[in-house]
Design a protein around this ligand. Sequence first.
Ligand SMILES: Cc1ncc(COP(=O)(O)O)c(C=O)c1O
Length: 367
Amino acid sequence: MPVSRPQPRPGVLEISPYVPGKSAAPGAVKVFKLSSNETPLGPSPKAIAAYHAVAEHLQEYPEGSAADLRDAIGRAFGLDPDRIVCGAGSDDILNLLARAYLADGDEAIHTTHGFLVYPIATLGTGAKPVVATETNFTADVDAILKAVTPRTKMVFLANPNNPTGTYLPFDEVKRLHKGLPSHVLFVLDAAYAEYVRRNDYEAGIELVATSDNVVMTRTFSKIHGLAALRLGWMYGPAHVVDAINRIRGPFNVNTAVMRAGIAAIGDTAHQERAREHNARWLAWLLAEIPKLGLKVTPSVANFVLIHFPETKGRTAKDADAFLTERGLILRYVAAYKLPNALRLTVGSEEANKLVVSALAEFMGKPA
Ligand SMILES: Cc1ncc(COP(=O)(O)O)c(C=O)c1O
């Protein structure tokens, strides 16, 4: 006889739980965590000071609408603060969007190597994730448009994408938007936008400003170095902002996070240092790693995807073990349908050089 007990809604138990990048390398003297696309420069010292200052007032509830933070973001990007919603990381925002706009039987499209939170958020609502194939590890507008059915309610696009580091130029993003029915919500996830140095790239601000069905999500976890605090935001049409404000937690961004976020977004010199550091070492890694006989997908973000040979002893799994023993932790990305690749976050000069010399040793050793 079946046991009667509470059942989660259909889809929930189909979710493969998100596994974060590992952070331990047992036995290694010094550990470099290059598995979660964190910044090697850390946060702005002003953000750290602002965070500490809140310790004197922990008995007070946060200001629930994050008004000061939305004002600061609005000033930084020239946006109307009333069209911004903040959340506990952009993960929170992505889940809120799914909860508000997806229901049983709906479909949400993401690309083959798209960010894993998209299918997780989709399945959690009872809707079905639909995968659109990529071309050369890059989102393919025609494939996404072909995947649209009468049930499609949402399209998630990370631009640039994690874990591939590839991007779609603005013309292609506009072509995709133009091909979508107007009732489909187009979610442009621009978590790595600050790192992109291409004049054909646009994070989403212009498209949101001129459409009724586009939302752009951003994070403080990457260039601002505040991943531990969990802070993300979205910019969207007033009607989407209204829907999300109805379902978000009333205090989903805490006071310390808000204060740190305001200080971080105001420290443009710190952001510029992070951008400069990344541009220099991203170019270096993209040049050096292929010299070792390894393929690297061209990246515009703060990480690179390294492809390994199929040969026994030289696979991504072998490389992962070899590098971890030396305290170099990269991301094994089999869950992203990339079973023979590792993702490397652009690290400090010391970390980048250590990874390249360890990879040279790995490729040179007898297989
Ligand atoms: C494409 C993409 N979107 C969103 C996120 C989530 O960032 P957050 O820390 O703001 O939840 C990440 C983090 O890895 C990401 O790679």
